[in-house]
Design a protein around this ligand. Sequence first.
Ligand SMILES: C[S@@+](CC[C@H](N)C(=O)[O-])C[C@H]1O[C@@H](n2cnc3c(N)ncnc32)[C@H](O)[C@@H]1O
Length: 287
Amino acid sequence: MRVGPSRTAELVCLFRAMEQRRPPAERVVDDPLAGLFLGPLTRVTLSTLEGSSLARRLPGGLASPLVTYVQARHRFIDNALAAGLEGPAVQVAVLGAGYDTRAWRFAGVLAGRPVYELDFPATGRRKARIARRHGGELPESDVRRVEIDFLTQGLGPVLAAAGFRPGAPSFFIWEGVSMYLTREAVKATLATVREMGGPGSRLAMDFWFLPDGPDLQAAARRFTPHLLRLLGEPVTFGMHPEDTGDFLARSGLRLVDQADAAELGRRHVPDGRPVYPANHVVVAEVT
Ligand SMILES: C[S@@+](CC[C@H](N)C(=O)[O-])C[C@H]1O[C@@H](n2cnc3c(N)ncnc32)[C@H](O)[C@@H]1O
């Protein structure tokens, strides 16, 4: 089990906070609370970017395709959650929640529905400490923090022990996590989503995959996952977009929506910034 708070969780939180420097109409994602959860290093990075005249002059600022992907997947899942909360969902579970701020950003539409945020203890506790410190800035919301290691603990019993209502229509978010797990753990989690969620429940998640192609760019993209090893969180699982529907179906989930980089760009990136092409996002429904 990871001992310290997740570095990738803080990194993607930084990517969301970076978008706040743009005018609202130009933002891929609008997460005004992300900045609260940055540590000293990511805070300095953010203010350096904000203060850099070079960053302002570059087309699209310093948005690298991977940053834009992370922002666009968050927006995609924001929209899926908003739609899910108009439906029958009575509870939300965020698996590998990191510094996801949706429990507060969606507090109005959640209207008291509980949000179960699951993560390793160190990350969950750091988030809870920061949330307590900024209590006055966060709207009232029923956030329930749950400690788990997806690789060694069964999601079902952990959720049930935390008060999650098995079989009730639910909305699950699993963002930026499947790539750090084993195939076995991913399948076990999907099976639990089906069992715990009940018919009509929805899951929004993303997958990493290795793009094929003989050119240098494709080779570099196949290498990128190894860089995350330097943060102590190596990429270990991937799923090609063409295979996702069948993979989910074998776990009793029907693919409802899917967006690869090009589609995310079309839907959510107003100024045509490139989106990193080795990931895709899906919404699936329990059948
Ligand atoms: C890249 S971060 C994404 C965080 C958040 N979903 C977001 O998009 O901002 C991955 C998160 O998954 C959590 N995670 C990874 N492996 C896990 C495991 N085996 N058990 C519990 N949490 C895990 C990490 O602690 C981290 O918070």
